[in-house]
Design a protein around this ligand. Structure first.
Ligand code: DAH
Length: 342
Protein backbone atom coordinates (compact mmCIF):
# COMPACT_ATOMS: atom_id res chain seq x y z
CA UNK A 1 0.00 0.00 0.00
CA UNK A 2 1.42 3.25 -1.07
CA UNK A 3 -0.90 5.66 0.75
CA UNK A 4 -2.66 3.55 3.36
CA UNK A 5 -4.83 6.31 4.90
CA UNK A 6 -6.01 7.52 1.54
CA UNK A 7 -6.70 4.04 0.33
CA UNK A 8 -8.68 3.34 3.47
CA UNK A 9 -10.82 6.38 2.72
CA UNK A 10 -11.37 5.27 -0.89
CA UNK A 11 -12.65 1.93 0.36
CA UNK A 12 -14.96 3.73 2.75
CA UNK A 13 -16.32 5.93 -0.02
CA UNK A 14 -16.86 3.02 -2.35
CA UNK A 15 -18.38 0.88 0.35
CA UNK A 16 -20.88 3.32 1.79
CA UNK A 17 -24.47 2.98 0.58
CA UNK A 18 -26.58 5.95 1.67
CA UNK A 19 -30.27 5.11 1.10
CA UNK A 20 -32.07 8.08 2.54
CA UNK A 21 -31.71 11.83 2.34
CA UNK A 22 -30.34 11.86 5.87
CA UNK A 23 -27.73 9.19 5.14
CA UNK A 24 -26.72 11.00 1.99
CA UNK A 25 -26.29 14.22 3.94
CA UNK A 26 -24.04 12.41 6.41
CA UNK A 27 -22.01 11.12 3.42
CA UNK A 28 -21.71 14.66 2.09
CA UNK A 29 -20.55 16.04 5.41
CA UNK A 30 -17.98 13.27 5.84
CA UNK A 31 -16.40 13.48 2.39
CA UNK A 32 -17.36 16.86 0.91
CA UNK A 33 -18.24 19.13 3.83
CA UNK A 34 -16.04 21.95 5.07
CA UNK A 35 -14.41 19.62 7.63
CA UNK A 36 -14.31 16.57 5.38
CA UNK A 37 -12.07 13.55 5.95
CA UNK A 38 -9.98 14.12 2.83
CA UNK A 39 -8.75 17.55 3.90
CA UNK A 40 -6.28 16.38 6.60
CA UNK A 41 -4.66 14.10 3.99
CA UNK A 42 -3.88 17.13 1.84
CA UNK A 43 -2.26 18.69 4.91
CA UNK A 44 0.09 15.74 5.11
CA UNK A 45 1.52 16.46 1.67
CA UNK A 46 4.69 17.84 3.22
CA UNK A 47 5.45 14.54 4.96
CA UNK A 48 5.26 12.52 1.77
CA UNK A 49 8.38 11.49 -0.03
CA UNK A 50 8.95 14.24 -2.64
CA UNK A 51 9.09 11.67 -5.42
CA UNK A 52 5.68 10.40 -4.54
CA UNK A 53 4.06 13.75 -3.89
CA UNK A 54 2.66 14.12 -7.39
CA UNK A 55 0.95 10.78 -7.42
CA UNK A 56 -0.22 11.34 -3.82
CA UNK A 57 -1.82 14.61 -4.89
CA UNK A 58 -3.45 12.92 -7.87
CA UNK A 59 -4.75 10.14 -5.68
CA UNK A 60 -6.34 12.63 -3.26
CA UNK A 61 -7.98 14.54 -6.11
CA UNK A 62 -9.34 11.31 -7.47
CA UNK A 63 -10.67 10.54 -4.02
CA UNK A 64 -12.52 13.83 -3.98
CA UNK A 65 -13.89 13.31 -7.49
CA UNK A 66 -15.10 9.81 -6.61
CA UNK A 67 -16.91 11.15 -3.54
CA UNK A 68 -18.47 13.98 -5.57
CA UNK A 69 -19.61 11.75 -8.38
CA UNK A 70 -21.12 9.26 -5.99
CA UNK A 71 -22.85 12.01 -4.08
CA UNK A 72 -24.39 13.56 -7.23
CA UNK A 73 -25.53 10.22 -8.58
CA UNK A 74 -27.14 9.14 -5.32
CA UNK A 75 -28.71 12.55 -4.83
CA UNK A 76 -30.60 12.40 -8.10
CA UNK A 77 -31.58 8.77 -7.49
CA UNK A 78 -32.95 9.52 -4.03
CA UNK A 79 -34.82 12.58 -5.32
CA UNK A 80 -36.39 10.61 -8.14
CA UNK A 81 -37.47 7.94 -5.73
CA UNK A 82 -38.99 10.47 -3.37
CA UNK A 83 -40.95 12.08 -6.27
CA UNK A 84 -42.21 8.66 -7.23
CA UNK A 85 -43.38 7.91 -3.69
CA UNK A 86 -45.13 11.27 -3.45
CA UNK A 87 -46.85 10.70 -6.80
CA UNK A 88 -47.87 7.24 -5.62
CA UNK A 89 -49.46 8.75 -2.53
CA UNK A 90 -51.24 11.47 -4.45
CA UNK A 91 -54.97 11.77 -3.80
CA UNK A 92 -56.37 11.64 -7.32
CA UNK A 93 -59.83 12.57 -6.12
CA UNK A 94 -58.62 15.84 -4.55
CA UNK A 95 -59.81 19.00 -6.31
CA UNK A 96 -57.12 20.65 -8.44
CA UNK A 97 -55.57 23.89 -7.20
CA UNK A 98 -57.74 26.80 -8.31
CA UNK A 99 -56.94 28.38 -11.66
CA UNK A 100 -56.04 32.03 -11.59
CA UNK A 101 -59.13 33.82 -12.82
CA UNK A 102 -59.70 37.29 -14.12
CA UNK A 103 -60.77 40.03 -11.74
CA UNK A 104 -63.95 42.06 -11.80
CA UNK A 105 -63.98 45.50 -13.31
CA UNK A 106 -64.37 48.25 -10.70
CA UNK A 107 -67.44 49.60 -12.53
CA UNK A 108 -68.96 46.13 -12.42
CA UNK A 109 -68.23 45.79 -8.71
CA UNK A 110 -69.91 49.07 -7.82
CA UNK A 111 -72.83 48.42 -10.17
CA UNK A 112 -73.41 44.98 -8.65
CA UNK A 113 -73.38 46.47 -5.18
CA UNK A 114 -75.99 49.04 -6.18
CA UNK A 115 -78.15 46.33 -7.76
CA UNK A 116 -77.83 44.18 -4.64
CA UNK A 117 -78.88 47.01 -2.36
CA UNK A 118 -82.05 47.71 -4.33
CA UNK A 119 -82.89 44.06 -4.87
CA UNK A 120 -83.08 43.66 -1.11
CA UNK A 121 -86.01 46.06 -0.98
CA UNK A 122 -87.92 44.51 -3.84
CA UNK A 123 -86.62 46.23 -6.96
CA UNK A 124 -86.19 43.92 -9.91
CA UNK A 125 -83.79 44.19 -12.80
CA UNK A 126 -84.88 45.76 -16.08
CA UNK A 127 -82.25 45.94 -18.78
CA UNK A 128 -82.83 47.33 -22.20
CA UNK A 129 -81.23 48.49 -25.41
CA UNK A 130 -78.38 50.97 -25.79
CA UNK A 131 -79.45 51.95 -29.32
CA UNK A 132 -82.69 53.81 -28.68
CA UNK A 133 -85.23 55.87 -30.55
CA UNK A 134 -85.81 59.53 -29.80
CA UNK A 135 -89.24 58.82 -28.40
CA UNK A 136 -88.07 56.61 -25.51
CA UNK A 137 -84.91 58.60 -24.80
CA UNK A 138 -86.43 62.11 -25.04
CA UNK A 139 -90.04 62.56 -26.09
CA UNK A 140 -91.68 60.17 -23.65
CA UNK A 141 -89.44 61.58 -20.94
CA UNK A 142 -90.95 64.99 -21.48
CA UNK A 143 -87.83 66.45 -23.06
CA UNK A 144 -89.04 68.93 -25.66
CA UNK A 145 -87.52 69.12 -29.12
CA UNK A 146 -85.64 72.30 -28.33
CA UNK A 147 -84.20 71.05 -25.06
CA UNK A 148 -80.39 71.44 -24.93
CA UNK A 149 -80.00 67.73 -24.04
CA UNK A 150 -81.15 66.92 -27.56
CA UNK A 151 -78.41 69.03 -29.03
CA UNK A 152 -76.23 67.33 -31.62
CA UNK A 153 -73.30 68.25 -29.38
CA UNK A 154 -74.48 65.94 -26.62
CA UNK A 155 -76.18 63.09 -28.41
CA UNK A 156 -74.74 60.51 -30.77
CA UNK A 157 -77.34 60.09 -33.52
CA UNK A 158 -77.10 57.16 -35.91
CA UNK A 159 -76.23 58.52 -39.31
CA UNK A 160 -78.11 55.96 -41.38
CA UNK A 161 -81.16 55.50 -39.16
CA UNK A 162 -83.32 58.56 -38.72
CA UNK A 163 -84.51 59.14 -35.17
CA UNK A 164 -82.17 56.53 -33.69
CA UNK A 165 -79.45 57.35 -31.19
CA UNK A 166 -77.17 55.94 -28.51
CA UNK A 167 -79.14 56.45 -25.31
CA UNK A 168 -77.92 59.41 -23.31
CA UNK A 169 -79.32 58.10 -20.02
CA UNK A 170 -80.93 54.97 -18.60
CA UNK A 171 -84.13 56.99 -18.12
CA UNK A 172 -85.11 55.60 -21.53
CA UNK A 173 -85.71 52.27 -19.78
CA UNK A 174 -88.41 53.98 -17.67
CA UNK A 175 -90.38 54.59 -20.84
CA UNK A 176 -89.71 51.04 -22.08
CA UNK A 177 -90.98 49.50 -18.85
CA UNK A 178 -93.98 51.81 -18.32
CA UNK A 179 -95.32 51.19 -21.80
CA UNK A 180 -95.16 47.42 -21.29
CA UNK A 181 -95.93 46.86 -17.63
CA UNK A 182 -98.86 47.81 -15.46
CA UNK A 183 -98.20 49.27 -11.99
CA UNK A 184 -97.06 48.46 -9.41
CA UNK A 185 -93.66 48.87 -11.03
CA UNK A 186 -90.48 48.68 -9.03
CA UNK A 187 -87.37 48.35 -11.20
CA UNK A 188 -83.74 49.28 -11.44
CA UNK A 189 -82.11 49.61 -14.82
CA UNK A 190 -78.33 49.47 -14.94
CA UNK A 191 -76.44 50.06 -18.13
CA UNK A 192 -74.13 51.97 -20.38
CA UNK A 193 -74.94 55.41 -21.72
CA UNK A 194 -73.26 57.68 -24.26
CA UNK A 195 -72.71 61.40 -24.62
CA UNK A 196 -70.75 63.37 -27.11
CA UNK A 197 -68.41 64.92 -24.57
CA UNK A 198 -64.74 65.74 -24.61
CA UNK A 199 -62.83 62.97 -22.89
CA UNK A 200 -60.88 64.14 -19.86
CA UNK A 201 -59.83 62.89 -16.41
CA UNK A 202 -63.31 63.74 -15.16
CA UNK A 203 -65.64 62.90 -18.03
CA UNK A 204 -65.96 60.34 -20.78
CA UNK A 205 -68.16 59.80 -23.82
CA UNK A 206 -69.40 56.51 -22.39
CA UNK A 207 -70.29 55.74 -18.80
CA UNK A 208 -72.75 53.75 -16.70
CA UNK A 209 -75.90 54.64 -14.81
CA UNK A 210 -78.38 52.86 -12.63
CA UNK A 211 -81.94 54.08 -13.00
CA UNK A 212 -84.65 53.43 -10.44
CA UNK A 213 -88.42 53.65 -10.92
CA UNK A 214 -91.25 53.02 -8.49
CA UNK A 215 -94.87 53.46 -9.56
CA UNK A 216 -97.85 52.55 -7.43
CA UNK A 217 -100.84 54.11 -5.72
CA UNK A 218 -99.93 56.77 -3.14
CA UNK A 219 -96.17 56.86 -3.68
CA UNK A 220 -94.88 60.01 -2.00
CA UNK A 221 -91.76 62.13 -1.88
CA UNK A 222 -91.18 60.78 1.66
CA UNK A 223 -90.95 57.27 0.17
CA UNK A 224 -88.32 58.52 -2.25
CA UNK A 225 -86.30 60.18 0.48
CA UNK A 226 -86.41 57.14 2.71
CA UNK A 227 -85.38 54.84 -0.14
CA UNK A 228 -82.41 57.04 -0.96
CA UNK A 229 -81.36 57.27 2.68
CA UNK A 230 -81.49 53.48 2.87
CA UNK A 231 -79.32 53.30 -0.25
CA UNK A 232 -76.76 55.76 1.10
CA UNK A 233 -76.46 53.90 4.39
CA UNK A 234 -76.03 50.54 2.70
CA UNK A 235 -73.48 51.94 0.28
CA UNK A 236 -71.55 54.40 2.42
CA UNK A 237 -72.10 53.02 5.94
CA UNK A 238 -74.74 53.35 8.66
CA UNK A 239 -73.63 56.88 9.56
CA UNK A 240 -74.11 58.21 6.02
CA UNK A 241 -76.03 61.47 5.67
CA UNK A 242 -77.78 62.73 2.55
CA UNK A 243 -79.32 66.01 1.53
CA UNK A 244 -81.69 66.81 -1.31
CA UNK A 245 -81.24 70.03 -3.25
CA UNK A 246 -84.06 71.32 -5.48
CA UNK A 247 -83.17 70.87 -9.12
CA UNK A 248 -84.73 70.49 -12.53
CA UNK A 249 -85.23 67.48 -14.79
CA UNK A 250 -87.87 67.44 -17.53
CA UNK A 251 -89.24 64.08 -16.42
CA UNK A 252 -89.71 64.74 -12.70
CA UNK A 253 -91.65 67.29 -10.69
CA UNK A 254 -90.47 68.19 -8.15
CA UNK A 255 -86.86 67.27 -8.94
CA UNK A 256 -83.83 67.10 -6.68
CA UNK A 257 -80.17 66.34 -6.68
CA UNK A 258 -78.91 64.07 -3.94
CA UNK A 259 -75.68 64.74 -2.08
CA UNK A 260 -74.00 62.34 0.28
CA UNK A 261 -71.81 63.67 3.09
CA UNK A 262 -68.27 62.72 2.24
CA UNK A 263 -66.38 64.61 4.95
CA UNK A 264 -63.60 67.13 5.01
CA UNK A 265 -60.83 65.23 6.68
CA UNK A 266 -58.14 65.32 4.03
CA UNK A 267 -57.00 67.70 1.38
CA UNK A 268 -58.48 65.38 -1.25
CA UNK A 269 -61.85 65.57 0.55
CA UNK A 270 -61.72 69.35 0.21
CA UNK A 271 -60.80 69.11 -3.44
CA UNK A 272 -63.42 66.57 -4.54
CA UNK A 273 -66.22 68.19 -2.54
CA UNK A 274 -65.17 71.72 -3.49
CA UNK A 275 -64.77 72.52 0.20
CA UNK A 276 -68.36 71.67 1.16
CA UNK A 277 -67.92 68.08 2.35
CA UNK A 278 -70.95 67.11 0.19
CA UNK A 279 -70.86 65.10 -3.01
CA UNK A 280 -73.59 64.86 -5.60
CA UNK A 281 -74.39 61.24 -6.41
CA UNK A 282 -77.67 61.29 -8.31
CA UNK A 283 -80.74 63.05 -9.65
CA UNK A 284 -84.24 62.13 -8.59
CA UNK A 285 -87.81 63.29 -8.28
CA UNK A 286 -91.49 62.45 -8.51
CA UNK A 287 -92.35 61.16 -11.99
CA UNK A 288 -93.97 63.99 -13.93
CA UNK A 289 -97.68 63.21 -14.56
CA UNK A 290 -97.07 64.00 -18.23
CA UNK A 291 -94.50 61.16 -18.41
CA UNK A 292 -97.05 58.75 -16.93
CA UNK A 293 -99.62 59.88 -19.47
CA UNK A 294 -97.10 59.55 -22.33
CA UNK A 295 -96.54 55.94 -21.32
CA UNK A 296 -100.19 55.04 -20.85
CA UNK A 297 -100.42 55.17 -17.04
CA UNK A 298 -103.21 57.18 -15.43
CA UNK A 299 -101.66 59.90 -13.22
CA UNK A 300 -105.00 60.28 -11.42
CA UNK A 301 -104.57 56.79 -10.02
CA UNK A 302 -100.83 56.30 -9.86
CA UNK A 303 -97.82 58.27 -8.76
CA UNK A 304 -94.17 57.37 -8.55
CA UNK A 305 -90.61 58.37 -8.01
CA UNK A 306 -87.48 57.91 -10.11
CA UNK A 307 -83.79 58.37 -9.69
CA UNK A 308 -80.69 58.01 -11.80
CA UNK A 309 -77.14 57.71 -10.57
CA UNK A 310 -73.74 57.66 -12.23
CA UNK A 311 -71.57 54.63 -11.49
CA UNK A 312 -68.11 55.76 -12.58
CA UNK A 313 -68.12 58.64 -10.16
CA UNK A 314 -68.88 56.33 -7.26
CA UNK A 315 -66.21 53.87 -8.46
CA UNK A 316 -63.62 56.65 -8.62
CA UNK A 317 -64.51 57.60 -5.07
CA UNK A 318 -64.64 54.09 -3.68
CA UNK A 319 -61.25 53.17 -5.09
CA UNK A 320 -59.61 56.59 -5.04
CA UNK A 321 -59.04 56.41 -8.80
CA UNK A 322 -57.89 59.72 -10.17
CA UNK A 323 -58.67 59.44 -13.85
CA UNK A 324 -61.92 58.13 -15.37
CA UNK A 325 -60.07 57.12 -18.55
CA UNK A 326 -58.27 54.32 -16.70
CA UNK A 327 -61.64 52.59 -16.36
CA UNK A 328 -61.88 52.15 -20.12
CA UNK A 329 -58.33 51.39 -21.17
CA UNK A 330 -58.31 47.72 -20.15
CA UNK A 331 -54.77 47.87 -18.86
CA UNK A 332 -54.39 44.56 -17.08
CA UNK A 333 -52.02 46.04 -14.48
CA UNK A 334 -54.82 48.39 -13.45
CA UNK A 335 -57.64 45.84 -13.62
CA UNK A 336 -55.82 43.18 -11.59
CA UNK A 337 -56.02 45.37 -8.51
CA UNK A 338 -59.76 44.89 -8.03
CA UNK A 339 -61.34 41.96 -6.26
CA UNK A 340 -64.86 41.21 -5.23
CA UNK A 341 -67.09 38.32 -4.39
CA UNK A 342 -70.01 39.87 -6.33
N1 DAH B 1 -81.34 60.98 -16.45
C1 DAH B 1 -80.69 61.96 -15.62
C2 DAH B 1 -79.29 62.21 -16.15
O1 DAH B 1 -78.79 61.42 -16.89
C3 DAH B 1 -80.60 61.48 -14.20
C4 DAH B 1 -81.93 61.39 -13.54
C5 DAH B 1 -82.43 62.47 -12.87
C6 DAH B 1 -82.68 60.25 -13.62
C7 DAH B 1 -83.67 62.41 -12.22
C8 DAH B 1 -83.92 60.18 -13.00
C9 DAH B 1 -84.39 61.29 -12.29
O2 DAH B 1 -84.67 59.09 -13.01
O3 DAH B 1 -85.61 61.20 -11.68
O4 DAH B 1 -78.69 63.19 -15.81
Amino acid sequence: MEFPQAEELLKEIEGSQPQTKEELEAFRIRFLGSKNAIKPLFAQMGKIDPEQRKSYGQFLNQLKDTAEEKYNRLKSEIEKESDRVTAGNMDLSAPPPPLKQGSRHPVDIVMNRVIDIFKKIGFSLAEDREIEDEWHNFTAMNTPEDHPARDMQDTYYLRDFAGMLLRTHTSSVQARVMTHQKPPIRIIAPGRVYRNETISARSHCQFHQVEGLYIDKDVSFADLKQTLLYYAREMYGPEAKIRLRPSYFPFTEPSAEVDVYWGLESETDHRITKGTGWLEIMGCGMVDPQVLTNCGIDPEIYSGFAFGMGIERQALLAYRIEDIRWLFENDIRFLRQFHSAI
